[in-house]
Every structure is written in structure tokens, then in C-alpha cells.
Design a protein around this ligand. Sequence first.
Ligand code: ATP
Ligand code: MG
Length: 403
Amino acid sequence: MKRTRIAGIDVGTTKICTIMADTDGNSAPRILGVGIVPSRGLQKGMVVNVNEAKASIKESVKKAEQSAGYKLESAFVGVTGRHITAVNNRGAIAITRNDRLVRGDDLKRVLDVARSVKVPNDQELLHVIPRSWVVDGQDGVKNPVGMHGFRLDVETHIITAAATSIQNLTKCIRGCGIEIEDLVMEPLASAEAVLTDEEKTDGTILADIGGGTTDIAVFKDNSIYHTAVIPVAGYQVTRDISVGLDLSFELAEEMKKKYGNVLPGEADDRDDDQTLTEDGHSVSYRDLSEIVRVRVEELLRLIVLELPRSDYSKLVPGGLVLTGGSSNLPGIAELAAAVTHLPVRIGVPMNLYGVADSLYDPCYATGVGLVLWKSRKSEVGTATWQTKHGMRNWVNRLFHFFK
Ligand SMILES: Nc1ncnc2c1ncn2[C@@H]1O[C@H](COP(=O)(O)OP(=O)(O)OP(=O)(O)O)[C@@H](O)[C@H]1O
Ligand SMILES: [Mg+2]
């Protein structure tokens, strides 16, 4: 069977992860090349220095190409940052054909109506995701194609992002000679890598706690219910340690990764009174753990506050799935369960084939999800950004032709 090449680039605040793979369209993609490098020129998920960011993306792509043995031409690219906003919008159309049979074209047409929400000039449409369909007032329809009706409604989740942030990111990627197949909001990509179909159906909240942002996606009835980005993550934890214990940022980061623990005594067997010495600096283990716990506990509270309903245990019986690099902190699942009263687990990318050994870590959920995106996304309505830009190119070409 013919295999097609796919790739994802996760431009994270702390690292760039390029994954090259191929797929036969049925089974899981086979990972052929991985390039992971520290990122420069990014803050809170956004490009703040195009030249620096471009250089680190280039480096990451080069590494992946070396291991895959071919040139990367196009990729799915992750987007995050506080500039991302989401609204739910409804669209409706009449089915006027004699047979009153809903066809695939009708789905496209009703989604076009739903996506015609007024997007401010400084925003770009990223995703228009159908959440549920209604045929002649009957809601909860999973797939209306083939049903009879006079009227078709769709409930959509519409995600937009600041045009300037998108321009900076796309400039970096295209500057590396890479075409963007589509832009994907990062928690949606992470969800593809770490959530099960049951979790998405039952109702689950996913929180990708990275370096600069915590990206949230709530799933219910196998579709997206809510998305949000909180500009607090691992970076703030490190900063608190650095300020609180008078250490350089680099040393604070090293201490956090080596000894950081939100439930000392429970999540490890180290003595509470111990003094930790690193690079000539001594700190109390108790102080370090306390600083980390306070910040992480605050962040966990912010995560549940994002749930649109206060009786959230009914909304998300599937619980909370934590992923992203900061979910490596020992004790975080136990602390999260105590704070949220939800079942909590850590989401790690699984069942990968090929040269995937380095990817079994929650910090690669977004990168892996970008590679899975094309095969997992629903048939219609998600490839919004590229559809729009593809069309714009097409119109431009036509315009030049007539000129
Ligand atoms: N073992 C560990 N213990 C504690 N924190 C860790 C550990 N490993 C990684 N981290 C933290 O995870 C963060 C990086 O996570 P990740 O790679 O998911 O972020 P990113 O994708 O670069 O950033 P973002 O998604 O916010 O743009 C850093 O703040 C780092 O300190
Ligand atoms: Mg990330």
C-alpha cells in the first residue's frame, strides 16, 4: 500500500520538536525522523524574535531530516498563546431538494454559515469544529448524511488567533522553506496523542502544562466542548524557585527537574529536612518543595476554573489528564486529584512505531499529536486556516492571470 509522508512541528516555548513520519492511512504512523532542540525567540508560546525562532526551527528540522534521510517539505504546525479565543456558534440551512436527503455538500454549506461569524480584522480563523448536528429539531445527531429533513443545524466550536502572532509564526516556518499544511491549536493536537476515544466521549479535561503556557481542551460526547490557554506553566515555577531561593534561573530549573516534588514524603522517600547542594549552592528540600507546590496548586485551581460549569464532575466524569513537560513533576497527579476531586492521570504518547524512543514523554504530546492530526481529525470543518489561505492563493493567481 502506498505510504504518504506527514510531519509535525511543535514550536514550544522551551523546545522545538520536529517529527517526520509516514503512514499507509490505516495503521499508526511510522516515525522516521525526530529533531528536538531548545527554542529561542519564544515567550509564552508566541514568537517574539523571528530570526532567533527561525534559526532554532531550522536546526530542529535539520536534525529530523538527517535521521529520516529526506527533505521536509510541508508540516502541521502547532499554535498556542493567550491571543487565542474560542466561541461556540450555530449555523442553519434549509434542505430544499425534492428528496430532502442530507448530503455531504450540505454539511459543508451549513459549516460555511456557522463560520461566517464576524471575525475581527486583527484575528484569523484557525478551526471551525462541528460539535453536534440537528436535523429538523432532533439534536444529538452524530452524522446527518443520509437522513431526511427540511432543516439542518450545526453547533460549532470556532477558534481564532491574533493575526500578528500567526504571521510571525508562519514567517518563521516558511522562512525555513517549509509549507504549512495546517495550523492546529496545540491542546487539540496533544489530545490526539494522549486521550482515548472513551475519555473524549465520557467527558474529560486535558491540560498540557508546558514551559510558557497551560493549554486546555475539554471533550464531551466525542467532540470539543471548550478550549483555553492560561499563560502560566513551568517557567513560573522555575522563576518562583529562582526568586524565593536566590538562585540563577538556570540553577533553579536544574534543581526543579532534579528534586522538584509537589508532595514530598509521599511521592518520594527523601527526608523532608534534607539540604540539597548543587553547583555550590545549598537549599532546603522543604523550602524547594513548598515553593513548587504553592505555584502548582494555584495553577491546578486555574485549570478547573476554566471549566464552563461549576458541577464539573458531571461534565467530565473521565477526569483530568495532565500532559506537557511540567506533568513530569513527581506527585502532581496526586495533588491534582486532591485539589479537583477528579480522577487524574498523566498522558504520555503511546503505541508509536519507528524511531520513537525519545518521544515517550508527556512533553512530546503536541508534536506526536500533530503527526496524528490528519488521520484522526473529523472529515469536515477543521482544516480552516489552510483552506482559507489556499483559496486566497488561488484567487491571487486568477487575478494575476487576468491582469
Ligand atoms: N522532570 C521534570 N520536573 C519538573 N518540570 C519539568 C520536568 N521535565 C520538564 N519539566 C518542565 O517542563 C517545561 C517544558 O515542557 P514542554 O516541553 O511541554 O513545554 P513547551 O512545549 O516547550 O512550552 P509551551 O507548550 O508552554 O509553549 C519546562 O518548564 C520544564 O522545566
Ligand atoms: Mg508545548
